[in-house]
Write a protein that binds this ligand. Structure first.
Ligand SMILES: Cc1cc2nc3c(=O)[nH]c(=O)nc-3n(C[C@H](O)[C@H](O)[C@H](O)COP(=O)(O)O)c2cc1C
Length: 197
């Protein structure tokens, strides 16, 4: 009976039965793109705790946190930034850093040099000197932009052929290939964290 209770408790806190790692997969998502990618990541660790960031638990109980955010006007979205602050507070309490794999979606081309530089700058700003958050991975995927937002933006940013092409490409993401990439990305991170025998 005690064993059973322990097993349920382990699952509740997201401990992977196979390796003892306590993993949290959490995301912020308004139109569903980031959630889709986060769920693909979560498929690679079925015993992880999987919750939207608004319901995310105390990060202090986890060894690995996969945090998915979306690009909001050139920033990591507000909910994700708030949870990153919670992670820093938990790390301060614990007296050691917490490992975070950063990922997310954006309307722009995530493979462009500009987007990669943006992503790295945003993440570096959150990580700081690395004493509270250690970055163990960073990756972005493209995501469909809400047409209402595009319409509003059209009033201030002129529609060029390049912009139209970018938005049309964004509308095709995240697709199945993106989900497969996200699964492989998560699996590689988790693999690299298993103790070698
Ligand atoms: C208010 C708003 C602002 C956005 N700002 C940007 C931006 O600055 N750069 C960008 O590449 N995409 C931007 N996007 C596009 C989103 O990052 C993209 O659609 C993302 O996949 C949305 O994630 P979600 O579906 O999980 O909410 C913006 C979208 C919204 C709604």
């Amino acid at each position: 009976m005690r064993k059973q209770i322990e097993s349920v408790r382990k699952q509740q806190i997201g401990e992977c039965a196979s390796d003892g790692m306590r993993v949290l997969v959490t995301w912020s998502s308004v139109t569903g793109n980031t959630e889709k990618i986060a769920r693909a990541v979560a498929r690679k660790c079925p015993h992880a705790e999987i919750v939207p960031v608004a319901d995310a638990p105390d990060p202090g109980g986890f060894d690995t946190i996969f945090l998915a955010f979306w690009c909001d006007k050139g920033q990591i979205d507000e909910r994700s930034r708030a949870y990153l602050e919670t992670i820093r507070e938990a790390a301060r309490k614990k007296g050691s850093f917490i490992d975070v794999a950063f990922f997310g979606t954006m309307g722009g081309d995530p493979r462009s040099e500009r987007s990669i530089a943006w992503r790295d700058k945003m993440i570096d700003a959150e990580v700081g000197d690395g004493t509270l958050i250690r970055c163990i991975g960073q990756r972005m995927w493209q995501g469909r932009v809400d047409p209402e937002v595009t319409e509003r933006m059209n009033r201030v940013i002129p529609m060029t052929p390049e912009r139209r092409a970018l938005l049309e490409e964004a509308a095709r993401h995240p697709n199945e290939e993106d989900e497969q990439e996200a699964e492989a990305w998560a699996a590689a991170i988790l693999d690299s964290r298993l103790p070698s025998v």
